[in-house]
Design a protein around this ligand. Structure first.
Ligand SMILES: [Zn+2]
Length: 463
């Protein structure tokens, strides 16, 4: 029995703790988990909540790749709508990408503008990436000190004029700079030398796919690996689409290069051969490739080469999704349903849920340097998602909470559903009732990770 009065105890037959499902009573006080006890322990708590036995209790998911676009392109997406979508998807922390908003998050002032526009309007916790563009090279430390989680750069045109890409020499300078200030560089890795210039392409997906060949990814990733290997910099490959790059990533990791890699739900759920003509809600860069590539990406997920699965949620207004693959805006909206799509395809392949959970919790949390979320453990924030893994339903566009309900995932049958989301011990969203609270906080890159880890170490898990 616990001594002090708790605010909440969440009891679940299957709670995901230390990498396995275990029966547990999770005790919450002041927004944090204070104890994890045997399921039927007598606990004095204001609220005693039992998760149905056919559902699982998960830590709130962490999505480190979200384009919120506000301010500046708020008609595409905004803090209120994006974080509602996150809450309904069990995602309790998002990190916002530095581009597509105006201003882009490339200066301390721009970061302040973004924080101001988000304040008081977010349903889940939100942090920010900074941008490494030619003009910000040499002065990244100020933005780093202001609390961004690292720096995003492009090696090919980003799609928006206000966020220019880095050429190979500038990329090298960025890698050297993040090594010097012990920051993290996250890279959109496509080499423009291999991209095929185009205007209109028509309605056939194959005609778009050939403009962004695998060699573009491989060349850029090789350059990033070389830079990290030679400088000791910490780097991360965003949205890996080409599974052919996995062997060199695997080798670099084996050599001790400080590199991590993510892929996205759309690369694991979809394949080029089944994308309908003109269905540009599936357009993204790098592109969704063929079925054999998808199989190999799944192998990379299961062997640990791929560290995390994050949404790259990048919506736009519906009118920019014209039915010409060359002219349509690129970006897939999957924040709310990405995890369901991954589980749907994973379970079809016989992958257990336990094997996927690190990729949406501890994997992205580690990228951001969080040690207070992504786990159910004493000392961690009381962020939870309750997930029903077996229910199936067609994803309806009307049920998507992001601003412009256009999504490649709409119309697909999905397995699993997030039924409840909790933030700091408070129920903030349910599948039937929607989002009921807007109490997210803005988060900054934490002070020494070791300090939080020491707190976690000091509290015993008594199971
Ligand atoms: Zn992105």
């Amino acid at each position: 029995m616990t001594g002090l009065q708790a605010d909440l105890v969440l009891r679940a037959r299957r709670a995901w703790i230390d990498g396995a499902f275990r029966p547990a009573a999770v005790v919450v006080r002041d927004g944090r988990i204070v104890e994890v006890l045997p399921l039927d322990t007598d606990v004095q708590a204001t609220e005693d909540h039992r998760v149905p036995d056919d559902q699982v209790l998960l830590p709130g998911l962490v999505d480190t790749h979200v384009h919120v676009n506000e301010p500046g392109r708020t008609e595409w997406e905004g803090f209120a709508s994006a974080t509602r979508a996150a809450a309904l998807g069990g995602v309790t922390t998002i990190l916002d990408m530095p581009l597509n908003s105006i201003p882009a998050t490339t200066t301390v002032d721009a970061l302040a503008v973004k924080r101001t526009s988000a304040t008081g309007r977010v349903a889940v916790d939100v942090g920010f990436w900074g941008g490494a563009v030619p003009a910000s090279l040499g002065s990244l430390d100020a933005l780093h000190d202001a609390g961004v989680f690292g720096f995003k750069c492009f090696t090919a045109p980003s799609g928006v004029d206000e966020f220019p890409h880095l050429d190979p020499e500038q990329l090298r300078a960025a890698i050297e700079e993040v090594a010097r200030i012990d920051a993290l560089l996250i890279v959109h890795a496509e080499d423009p030398a291999y991209l095929v210039a185009h205007d209109a392409l028509g309605s056939h997906y194959e005609d778009f796919l050939v403009t962004r060949p695998v060699d573009a990814e491989r060349s850029a990733i090789a350059r990033v690996i070389d830079g990290a290997r030679e400088t000791g910099a910490r780097v991360h490959i965003l949205h890996l689409s080409d599974a052919g790059a996995l062997p060199m990533l695997r080798a670099a990791k084996a050599d001790g290069v400080r590199i991590t890699v993510e892929t996205c739900p759309h690369y694991l759920a979809f394949e080029a051969g089944t994308i309908p003509d003109g269905a540009t809600e599936y357009k993204c860069c790098p592109p969704i490739r063929d079925d054999a590539n998808r199989d190999a990406l799944w192998a990379g997920v299961l062997d640990g080469t791929i560290d995390m699965i994050v949404s790259d949620h990048s919506p736009s207004t519906a009118d920019l999704k014209v039915d010409d693959w060359g002219l349509a805006w690129g970006g897939i909206a999957g924040l709310q349903v990405g995890f369901r799509a991954v589980w749907t395809e994973g379970s079809r392949r016989g992958v257990p849920l336990e094997a996927l959970l690190p990729l949406v919790t501890t994997g992205p949390a580690a990228l951001a340097g969080f040690s207070d979320r992504g786990v159910i453990a004493p000392g961690a924030l009381a962020h939870f998602a309750v997930f029903d893994p077996d229910v199936t339903a067609v994803i309806e566009v009307a049920g998507l909470a992001h601003r412009n309900p256009v999504s490649a995932f709409a119309g697909h049958e999905a397995r699993g559903r997030v039924t409840e989301t909790w933030l700091r011990g408070r129920l903030i969203a349910t599948a039937d009732g929607g989002v009921t609270a807007v109490g997210g906080e803005l988060v900054a890159r934490s002070a020494p990770v070791g300090a939080v880890a020491a707190v976690l170490d000091g509290i015993e898990t008594r199971l």
